[in-house]
Design a protein around this ligand. Structure first.
Ligand code: SF4
Length: 389
């Protein structure tokens, strides 16, 4: 997420508020608003806090001074301001990747988890409801992530109900390991909310139980499978997610076949290039493979599913290292605030369509990034000619 920093004054506890550049006037409610005062010492009263790029000045109001990148903020965004002057943007008005974190706890320990779970006792539901209440009503997509969101139990349904009622234009993508949905009654409660556009995205890493369990650090393969079947029984929209790395790439074709044979009901299957933060960074030697080197397995898996009319995508991948036959399945999937391109990308005619890189890939990425590969690559990985239309 976007981060800003300045010197805090009169801030004694965390402040959650919505950004405004306009002084709303004497009689309007300012109780949820954070006023941005650019280049002036104009500190109107009644706001939760004032953010400014000017240096420290006399005021009794909560304020953060000397913020260099103040212009990165936009009207209607939602920030949390910490007592040390750190400001995190939790809701970006122009982003299509806004998400709430239901909990930082998790019952898995995935070897490549970009956001390692932490033991957190406090329930974030109240905070998340307040955060959601500040989202713009026209927000199209909201992610519910974690940790593992189902660990907050029925409070997950409170969040989904809230979004259904107060943000009716929003679709929801719930990212869950699926284990809790092995509980039939829990799945039934989710289905009874009747959210019109909810997708439950579940990671699966192998067609072999022991392999999947080793990667997630728990013996839960069959629970996840049971969860998928329960979700299907209640006609929920399911996505499957496969993170590709050294420990998953070899059996991608077999996994694709397993998915087709066992879960033909899923709405979407996404093969994802790994993000190298958190545990992925710590375990990099066990996980890293140049994405160019698994293009054969990826191509076979993607085409296997696509040929059978399953909806399939490739996330987080650079177009120039994908076989041409599967480039159409690539999506721009990296959240704006952590999306970068390399100097090599300058002048690439497909830059606007390419997902680019996670910021964490700046120093470790495929050695085959090459914009000219886009025009000369007319062979598939196995050497057969592929004819361009
Ligand atoms: S050169 Fe850069 S922008 Fe072009 S396809 Fe490769 S990674 Fe994408």
């Amino acid at each position: 997420m976007k981060q800003l920093k300045g010197q805090a004054k009169n801030i004694n506890c965390e402040i959650l508020g919505k950004i405004t550049f306009k002084n709303v006037g004497l009689f309007s409610s300012k109780k949820d608003l954070v006023f941005v005062s650019k280049n002036t010492a104009n500190f109107p009263k009644g706001y939760l806090a004032v953010l400014t790029n000017i240096e420290n000045t006399e005021t009794e109001q909560p304020a953060v001074f000397g913020i260099q990148n103040l212009s990165e903020l936009n009207e209607g965004e939602v920030v949390v301001i910490n007592t040390d002057g750190n400001i995190s943007v939790l809701y970006e008005i122009r982003s299509t990747h806004n998400a709430i974190m239901a909990t930082e706890r998790c019952n898995h320990r995935c070897i490549m988890c970009p956001q390692p779970p932490i033991l957190q006792k406090t329930d974030k539901t109240e905070f998340n409801l307040k955060l959601l209440s500040m989202f713009d009503k026209s927000t199209k997509d909201i992610g519910i992530t974690g940790g593992e969101p189902t660990l907050i139990g029925d409070n997950l349904f409170v969040l989904i109900e809230y979004i259904k009622k107060h943000l009716p234009k929003s679709s929801i993508s719930l990212l869950s390991n699926g284990v809790k949905f092995a509980d039939y009654e829990y799945t039934r409660k989710l289905a009874l909310i009747l959210h019109p556009d909810l997708q439950i995205d579940v990671p699966i890493f192998s067609d072999i139980d022991a392999e999947h369990n080793r990667i997630v650090g728990a013996k839960t393969f069959y629970k996840t499978i049971e969860g998928l079947y329960n979700l299907a029984k209640f006609r929920q929209k399911i996505g499957l997610r496969i993170v590709v790395h050294k420990q998953t790439y070899k059996r991608l074709p077999q996994l694709a076949e397993f998915i087709y044979r066992n879960f033909p009901f899923v709405f979407h299957v996404a093969f994802m290039q790994m993000e190298m933060t958190g545990l992925a960074e710590q375990n990099i030697d066990e996980l890293w493979i140049d994405p160019y080197d698994y293009r054969a397995e990826l191509e076979e898996a993607v085409l296997n599913l696509a040929r059978r009319n399953m909806r399939v995508s490739v996330y987080n991948s650079q177009l120039c290292i994908l076989p041409e036959s599967i480039r159409d399945y690539a999506k721009q999937s990296i959240s704006d605030w952590k999306n970068i391109y390399l100097p090599e990308c300058e002048g690439c005619e497909l830059k606007d369509e390419c997902a680019g890189f996670f910021a964490s890939a700046e120093n470790r990425h495929s050695k085959k990034i090459n914009k000219s590969a886009l025009s000369i690559d007319n062979k598939s990985y196995d050497g057969k000619e592929v004819y361009n239309e």
